[in-house]
Write a new protein. Structure first.
Lengths: 364, 364
């Protein structure tokens, strides 16, 4: 599969939920497969906090495939021999779409903290504009996990006739204080890092040594993406061989994992983007804009498919089940699957073999 | 109850598990109630990570009572009309016992990072020395929660004939990687804070503005002390009234709680002490020094009482139940109670009314 990132540029304003506008704006995206003549084979895939539009395939010269490559491709559950798959980088993210480090028109200086707060509603508005620009006005399905699952749900509520099927994995109807608490570690660690300079860092400052605050915040993230069982399976109480048990900074394997992964991450991800996306996750609430959650969910006309993971400690299965029960009470079409996984929230990325059969069934 | 902190000074060495020694050393402690003639009414209470020897009563002019005041006092579950209660500040903690900021004899300069790593085993050795100095050689009971519960268990294993009853709450047989992960946030946030200066900070530096790294690490701590349900009950998705929903740094109530509590904490607790105590918690493993966990637990001769909390997300009830099952398999005397609480790990401090009846029964 030949992979190429495209960028769509918009000169018309994007009206944000906050009342502010984003103008102009750009959206980076990738497509896989071929659009059929009546444009009836389009699937939109939505990414999570640290993801990007690079959902599948391998770039030339690269070694790592897109984040859902196990699910998207020829003959895979989201079959690119049948479907035309689109994945775009969300507004606010640092991988090519308009974000806090984009120039604040008419200036050529970046927005930084002047960037408007964006929400999940805004992210899907932007994606809708992208689809319109491609002359796509109806989707076969919208699929996403975590923050991507939020977008899928929000699409279902805000644009009831836009997709036939909504598949939301490892998400919720509204971000709970437990998750906002985890995000708070990152917010404070980034803000209080002197190298963050209240957002006035040089964009190249973190190429070699990532921002510590982002790495520290990401440790809390990793805890919430894993689970007590998956950590036990993965690391146990193993100690790093060369570290002494009685050295203050000697490390357990789990500590080395956290250090290594978060240091890498802090070199690759923009701290301002992280703050803005975390804000979008925190403010996610299907109810906002409608009187009640019941009223919001009542709007959904697509078939809704909810997939949760038993050991998810970030968005608990009960949160997804809550949506399903509400749908059922209203006789709206809804299915619910709780995947038996030890892998925690990350299961939607790493245990694809446990649920790809379900995606296949839905898209048959 | 008149409360007074005493300090016991020891000139003989404390032999540490690491092979290093601590010499001289001091232990701050408090006692409540009156020692009877045959010294058969002594109860040792052990504190948690951020606790101290001030377990009960109110200091003159102070407003806040000791951390287990609801449990310890005249007519209370740990009845000071009957029992002589001792609570000492652990070695390494910053409230009066020898710690990283104590002078490194013969120098008058503080140890800082030269302070030896101390373990739960070392903490109880030190307490045993304190008791010896008070000519107390047998205890009616040892009671503690969280790190205090670890100490109680370790006492039971290392000194099988020392106490009649061991009451351990909200603890484990060995700290699991999930918990080590939470602690890692604090370790990295403290280490990477420039004001930490690799441990060479001025002791007065944090009186006004606490160390940010400690505050950030403590946010992760608070998450692990609460539970999804308790956060939902306490904060819901309420937004701080004066913050705008679409302000990047506008806050949910849960975020304000985290900010407020952790900022206070960072002014009161020494960062080096925090690192050393977290290390003691991470390295806690009843098995160490014995061939197997089975062999370690087989040593326990006291009646063991294990109390866990249903919603504890730091030390899961299953960890305590594991010890109980092992005890039962060996026909050792053991009781197990899982308290039905939504309050998370903190329940051992804040939901005393839910388990004090059990402590009362045990000590009858």
């Amino acid at each position: 599969m030949k992979i190429e990132t495209k960028v769509a540029n918009f000169t018309s304003p994007l009206y944000l939920e906050s009342g502010r506008i984003l103008e102009p704006y750009s959206i980076a995206y990738e497509t896989y497969g071929v659009l059929n003549q009546d444009k009836s084979n389009v699937i939109l895939v939505c990414h999570a906090l640290s993801g990007s539009h690079h959902a599948a395939g391998i770039y030339e010269g690269d070694r790592k495939a897109g984040w859902w490559d196990g699910l998207i491709g020829d003959g895979k559950a989201i079959d690119t021999q049948r479907y035309f798959v689109i994945c775009s980088n969300t507004i606010g993210s640092c991988f090519g779409s308009t974000s806090p480090m984009s120039p604040c028109y008419p200036s050529i200086k970046p927005y930084r903290l002047k960037f408007p707060v964006v929400t999940i509603k805004d992210m899907i508005q932007a994606q809708k504009q992208l689809l319109s620009s491609l002359d796509i006005h109806h989707l076969r399905a919208i699929v996403g996990g975590s923050m991507g699952g939020m977008q899928a749900l929000q699409f279902g509520v805000d644009f009831p006739n836009f997709a036939d099927e909504i598949i939301s994995l490892a998400a919720t109807y509204a971000t709970q204080p437990w998750t906002i608490g985890f995000n708070k570690v990152a917010v404070e660690a980034i803000r209080k890092d002197p190298r963050f300079k209240n957002g006035n860092y040089d964009i190249d400052d973190f190429k070699e040594d990532g921002l510590d605050g982002l790495a520290i915040g990401r440790i809390a993230g990793h805890i919430s993406y894993l689970s007590p069982n998956s950590m036990d399976d993965k690391f146990g109480r193993n100690y790093v061989a060369n570290d002494g048990l009685f050295e203050l900074f000697g490390r357990y394997e789990v500590e080395r994992y956290m250090e290594y992964n978060t240091a890498n991450f802090s070199r690759l991800f923009d701290p301002l983007s992280y703050l803005y996306i975390v804000k979008a996750i925190n403010t996610f609430n299907l109810t906002r804009g409608y009187d009640t959650l019941y009223n919001a969910i009542l709007r959904i006309k697509a078939k809704l498919h909810l997939i949760s993971f038993k050991s998810d400690y970030l968005f608990f299965p009960s949160e997804m089940e809550h949506i399903h029960k509400m749908m059922q009470r209203n006789s709206q079409e809804s299915t619910y699957l709780e995947v038996d996984s030890n892998y925690g929230h990350d299961a939607f990325l790493v245990e694809i073999d446990k649920f790809e059969y379900r995606i296949r069934e839905i898209l048959k």
